[in-house]
Design a protein around this ligand. Structure first.
Ligand code: SF4
Length: 487
């Protein structure tokens, strides 16, 4: 069975999950984030194309993933090779991003990353990636002299054509890789042994871990009730250990003497009482302080590894869409929307927004840190809008926060995202009827509409779908606000 670098990284996170993927791929659940992952993969290719420009005259071997083909081609008079393939006798497979053949017969490996730094955290360790590549080539009989990681320069700001030597940083990580090499080789051997074992692992250690650590295979390995302790908001692994040691997995079985946060206890009480736990006084006080008109606001943004517009840096968000529902004191509501027709900085959007809202009232968003963060970005790029954007940030109310402890319903599953709250409070207003159902779909669709318009038969319909999605985000806030007002 083959073990790729991606498989190895998955093994380091969780051996059981990799075993399932390799041995029972038909049972391996692929989550809902595939669109997002696809975007990351595409961005990786794009960064790699720029990296290849640093190595003039390289031979592209990406069209043939046969290791024998690579070994033949390495004998030819090229200095650089793109995407050569190597496989060890035990099945470890490496496709090297860029390989340099040195005059003394040794090789230098270049790993390309679309991040703006070298990650060494437990979720993703780029040095382990590089170690894996070195191990495979070494096992295949090649001598590796140096290992480099190429990544994006976060200080880079696009201004016209992109110069790869300014966009990218090439860092020599040979010593760092050597320092963890033998430990990584042991892990690779462990991974190869584990995936080739016939017996299915029966245990999944995440039963003792928090929800953010669970992979898509969690439900495959575990029999979990509809509302489990993993839904308890902000629950820590220590508390999960305490509860599972007591044999408690279902929220309704949590004993009353177990110490929980206020929010977690409200969740338990809500489930036991089959009703939301609402603190009407807190909600009333918070809403009474809001100054009219109320502007319910939501942005959609397009972050890209390689900046597409002058003035942007790698991974910086380009705000391309806004929806605002404005409510006057008498309850009248008007709507403003803007969807960029070209990939450009949002000057026109800001101008029209300001004309619509004026510099008055309260701005309301859901998870306000996102909107205020984008306003801070736009302030830096367009100082002429600083007074307006500062006003918005200083008069921003986060509607989501009322759902931390003032309004808790077990049916939110411990989450406070509007996608969980809206269907419970306003079942008529659903995202499931929309062509575009979440922010990832919105940014992906708009990005393709701008960069590959030929892939859409009906661009006008796509624009309509984008507008409908963003409009529902702010209309949903209006409906939730009205419900809270009427408690
Ligand atoms: S839920 Fe956790 S332990 Fe279980 S398979 Fe997934 S990552 Fe591994």
């Amino acid at each position: 069975m083959q073990l790729t670098k991606t498989n190895f990284i998955q093994f380091l996170k969780c051996p059981e999950s990799l075993w399932l993927l390799k041995n029972k791929p038909q049972d391996y659940p692929h989550g809902e984030t595939s669109l997002f992952l696809e975007k990351l993969v595409q961005e990786g290719y794009e960064v790699e194309e720029y990296a290849q420009q640093l190595f003039e005259g390289g031979l592209d071997l990406s069209g043939n993933k046969n290791a024998n083909y690579t070994s033949d081609k390495l004998k030819e008079e090229y200095q650089y090779f793109f995407q050569p393939t190597f496989v060890t006798s035990k099945g470890a497979l490496a496709i090297i991003d860029i390989l340099e053949k040195n005059d003394d017969g040794t090789y230098t490996i270049y790993e390309v990353k679309s991040s703006t730094s070298i990650h060494t955290d437990s979720k993703h360790n780029h040095l382990k990636d590089a170690c894996f590549q070195k191990y495979v080539m070494t096992e295949c009989g090649y001598t590796i002299d140096k290992v480099h990681i190429i990544y994006l320069n976060k200080e880079f700001v696009k201004n016209g054509d992109i110069d790869p030597s300014e966009l990218l940083i090439v860092e020599d990580v040979t010593d760092k890789v050597n320092a963890i090499y033998s430990e990584t080789v042991n892990e690779i051997n462990g991974a190869l042994k584990f995936i080739n074992q016939a017996a299915q692992p029966t245990q999944c250690s995440c039963v003792k871990n928090t929800r953010s650590n669970h992979c898509d295979a969690f439900d495959y390995f575990n029999d979990i009730p509809e509302h489990s302790i993993y839904e308890l908001n902000g629950i820590r692994a220590k508390k999960i250990h305490e509860l599972t040691d007591l044999g408690v997995i279902d929220i309704k079985d949590v004993p009353s003497n177990v110490d929980l946060t206020e929010r977690q206890r409200l969740q338990v009480d809500s489930l036991l009482g089959q009703a939301p736990m609402i603190n009407k006084i807190e909600i009333k006080n918070a809403l009474e302080n809001l100054e009219f008109p109320l502007h319910f606001i939501d942005y959609e943004t397009f972050p890209t590894a390689i900046p597409k517009v002058d003035g942007l840096s790698p991974h910086q968000h380009l705000t391309f869409q806004v929806s605002i529902h404005t409510m006057n004191k008498n309850g009248d509501i008007t709507h403003f929307e803007y969807l960029s027709e070209v990939m450009e900085l949002p000057v026109k959007m800001l101008q029209q927004m300001q004309n619509f809202t004026g510099v008055e009232g309260t701005f309301i968003s859901w998870y306000a840190a996102f909107e205020t963060g984008r306003n801070n970005d736009m302030m830096r790029m367009h100082p002429e809008f600083q007074p307006y954007l500062n006003y918005i940030n200083n008069h921003m109310f986060d509607l989501e926060k009322l759902f931390f402890t003032s309004y808790v319903d077990y049916r939110f599953q411990g989450r406070t995202s509007i996608k969980y709250v809206l269907p419970i409070l306003e079942p008529k207003f659903s995202y499931s009827e929309l062509e575009i159902q979440n922010g990832t779909m919105a940014l992906d669709t708009w990005g393709r509409l701008m960069l590959q318009p030929q892939s859409f038969e009906d661009a006008a319909a796509v624009r309509k779908h984008l507008l409908e999605y963003c409009k529902l985000d702010t209309l949903a806030m209006v409906k939730i606000y009205q419900q809270l007002k009427n408690l």
